[in-house]
Design a protein around this ligand. Structure first.
Ligand SMILES: Cc1cc2nc3c(=O)[nH]c(=O)nc-3n(C[C@H](O)[C@H](O)[C@H](O)COP(=O)(O)OP(=O)(O)OC[C@H]3O[C@@H](n4cnc5c(N)ncnc54)[C@H](O)[C@@H]3O)c2cc1C
Length: 494
C-alpha cells in the first residue's frame, strides 16, 4: 500500500510537495485553510478587474536552468508560455530627474551615465557586476545539506563570477551602496526597490535575473499560474481540501501521525509536511519548545531579522495612462504609526490585457512596510483600522494625482490591503512577503527541513532558505520529498 503524505498549506511550497510526492509514488493530500489554494501567489477580482498580487518577476523562465525544470514539472510554465512584454525593472523619479533600470543593460548604462556623469566609474562597475550576477542561479537540484563536494564544485563552476560579486557587494547593504554614488537620483534608485538594510548583492542578483532573461511574468499572472499548478496536482491524483484549516500536528511518542483540523476532525498520515509559515508551524501546530534557538532569537529580535510587507492599493484607470511598469516617486509625507513615508510606487499592469476591460488598466501603489508598521496596524481596534485605511486611501490617491495630474478624476478605487491581510489570509509572520531580509551583518538562518524531536515531519515553504520567494517555495516541496526518499534509502534524483 502507498504511504500517505499529508501536507499542511496549499501555497506554492505545499503544492510542489504534493506534486513531487505523487511523482515519487506516495498518496498526497493537501489541507488548505482558504477557499482557494495558492497562498501568497494569488490574485483576485474587483469591479470587473483582476488584481494580480504576486509575480513581479518569476525566476526560472530560462529553459536551461534547473529551476525551469521544477516550474515545468509543477505545470507552471512550459516551452510555449507567453510572457509579458515589459522593458523595465523600475524607474526612479526625484524632482525633475528620472532614471530607469532597463532589461537592456547597455541602455541602462548609457542612461545612468547621461544622468550622472560624475558617477561614471561607479556606474560602469555596477553594470559590470550585474553582468557577472547574471550567472547566479538558485541551487535547486537538492537541499544544500545533501550536496556532495562534487555538487558544490559543479555549482561553483556554473557561477564562477559570483564570488567576485559577493566580495564586492556581499558585505555592504543598499544604504552603503547608495553612498558610493554622488547623484541624488542614483542614490534613491539604489534604495527604492528593496529595504535599504538588504545586502547589496540581493539587488544585483534580482536585477540580473531580469537582464539575463531568467525572470519574466507569465501572461495571466499569479493566479493563472497557481491554477495551472493546482490542475497538475489534481490530474496526477492529488487530493486538495480547501476551507480546511489545520489546528495542530498530532505528535505521539515523538512521531508525527497526522493532523487535527479546526473542526475537530483527525486525519492520520504516514508522513506530515508542514508547508505553512514556519512561525505558525512552531507556534501553533507544535508549540514553541520545538523552535530552534536561533529561530526563536530571530523572532524575538525583529530589528535584526526584519521582514518586508506593504500597504497596497489598486485602482482602475484609462489605458492611456502614461506611466509604464513601476515608477517610484517622492511625495508629501504620509504617516503610518510613528513612521513617515515620502516615497511610493505606482505599477501599471497594462502589460496584461486580461486584467482589465478594454480601454482600462489596473494600477497598484505600494508603501513598503516592515515589522514596526505591522505592530502599529496590529495595535489598532477594528474601527481604528478601518478609519486608518480610509485616511490612507485618500492620502495616497491625492499623492498619485499630484504626481500624475492626467489621472485626476480618472482613478477608480478597487481595493486596499495591509500587512494584517497577509497575516489573516496566509498566516504570514508579521505580514511578510518573503523570509527574513538578508542583512550583511546578520547570520543567515539555516533550516534542515525537519523538526528536532519529531519523526516523520518535514518542512516545506519559502522559509527553508533565504531570502524566500517563489523559487525557494517551489524547490522546498521537492526538497521535502528528497529528504523522505533519502530516509527510505531510495534514489533522490526526482
Ligand atoms: C505582494 C507580493 C509580491 C511578491 N512578488 C514576488 C515576486 O515577484 N517573485 C517571487 O519570487 N516571489 C514574490 N513574492 C513571494 C511569494 O509570493 C512567496 O514567496 C510564495 O508565494 C510563498 O509560498 P509558500 O508556499 O512558501 O507560502 P504561502 O504562500 O504563505 O502558503 C502557505 C499556505 O498555507 C496556508 N495555511 C496557513 N495556515 C493554515 C492552516 N492553519 N491550515 C491549512 N492551511 C494553512 C495559507 O493559507 C497558504 O495558502 C511576493 C509576495 C507578495 C505578497
Amino acid at each position: 500500500m502507498k504511504k500517505k503524505i499529508v501536507i499542511i498549506g496549499g501555497g506554492i511550497g505545499g503544492l510542489s510537495a504534493g506534486i513531487y510526492a505523487l511523482r515519487s509514488g506516495y498518496d498526497a493530500v493537501i489541507y488548505e485553510k482558504n477557499p482557494v489554494a495558492g497562498g501568497e501567489c494569488i490574485g483576485w477580482n474587483r469591479k470587473g478587474c483582476h488584481i494580480d498580487n504576486c509575480i513581479h518577476w518569476l525566476t526560472g523562465t530560462n529553459m536551461n536552468t534547473s529551476l525551469w525544470k521544477i516550474w515545468n514539472t509543477l505545470g507552471a510554465i512550459d516551452e510555449n508560455t507567453p510572457y509579458a512584454e515589459t522593458e523595465k525593472f523600475y524607474t526612479t523619479r526625484l524632482g525633475e530627474k528620472e532614471v530607469t533600470l532597463w532589461k537592456d543593460l547597455d541602455r541602462t548604462e548609457k542612461e545612468l551615465i547621461a544622468a550622472a556623469p560624475e558617477d561614471e566609474t561607479e556606474i560602469r562597475k555596477l553594470i559590470g557586476y550585474v553582468r557577472y550576477a547574471e550567472a547566479c542561479t538558485v541551487p535547486v537540484d537538492k537541499p544544500m545539506d545533501m550536496m556532495s563536494i562534487g555538487d558544490y564544485i559543479k555549482l561553483g563552476k556554473s557561477m564562477e563570477n559570483m564570488p567576485k560579486v559577493m566580495k564586492e557587494y556581499g558585505k555592504i547593504d543598499l544604504n552603503q551602496l547608495a553612498e558610493r554614488f554622488h547623484s541624488p537620483v542614483l542614490k534613491k534608485m539604489i534604495v527604492d526597490y528593496m529595504p535599504a538594510e538588504y545586502t547589496a548583492y540581493s539587488f544585483l542578483v534580482s536585477y540580473a535575473t531580469m537582464t539575463s532573461g531568467n525572470g519574466n511574468i507569465p501572461v495571466g499572472g499569479s493566479l493563472a499560474m497557481t491554477e495551472r499548478i493546482i490542475g497538475r496536482f489534481r490530474e496526477m491524483g492529488g487530493e486538495l481540501h480547501t476551507n480546511a484549516s489545520v489546528k495542530k500536528i498530532i505528535v505521539e511518542n515523538g512521531t508525527a501521525g497526522g493532523v487535527e483540523l479546526e473542526n475537530g476532525e483527525r486525519i492520520t498520515a504516514d508522513i506530515v509536511i508542514s508547508a505553512v509559515d514556519t512561525s505558525l508551524m512552531y507556534g501553533k501546530f507544535l508549540g514553541r519548545s520545538y523552535t530552534p534557538k536561533d529561530w526563536a532569537d530571530a523572532y524575538e529580535h525583529h530589528a535584526d531579522y526584519p521582514v518586508i510587507s506593504g500597504f497596497q492599493l489598486a485602482f482602475v484607470t484609462d489605458d492611456t495612462f502614461s506611466g509604464s511598469d513601476t515608477i517610484f516617486f517622492g511625495c508629501d509625507p504620509i504617516k503610518i504609526g510613528n513612521r513617515s513615508f515620502d516615497r511610493i510606487y505606482v505599477k501599471n499592469y497594462g502589460y496584461d490585457k486580461s486584467f482589465a476591460p478594454e480601454g482600462k488598466t489596473v494600477i497598484q501603489t505600494n508603501i513598503s512596510q516592515t515589522d514596526v508598521d505591522y505592530l502599529y496596524w496590529k495595535s489598532l481596534s477594528k474601527e481604528e483600522y478601518k478609519a486608518k485605511k480610509q485616511e490612507l486611501i485618500a492620502a495616497v490617491t491625492e499623492r498619485v494625482i499630484k504626481e500624475f495630474p492626467e489621472l485626476d478624476g480618472k482613478l477608480e478605487f478597487l481595493d486596499c490591503w495591509t500587512p494584517l491581510t497577509y497575516e489573516r489570509y496566509c498566516g504570514a509572520y508579521h505580514g511578510g512577503y518573503m523570509a527574513f531580509v538578508t542583512k550583511p551583518s546578520i547570520k543567515k538562518l539555516k533550516c534542515k527541513g525537519t523538526v528536532k524531536g519529531v519523526k516523520n515531519l518535514y518542512i516545506a515553504g519559502q522559509w527553508i532558505m533565504s531570502p524566500g520567494g517563489l523559487p525557494v517555495a517551489a524547490a522546498s516541496g521537492k526538497f521535502a520529498i528528497q529528504r523522505i526518499l533519502r530516509k527510505e534509502k531510495r534514489p533522490i534524483d526526482i
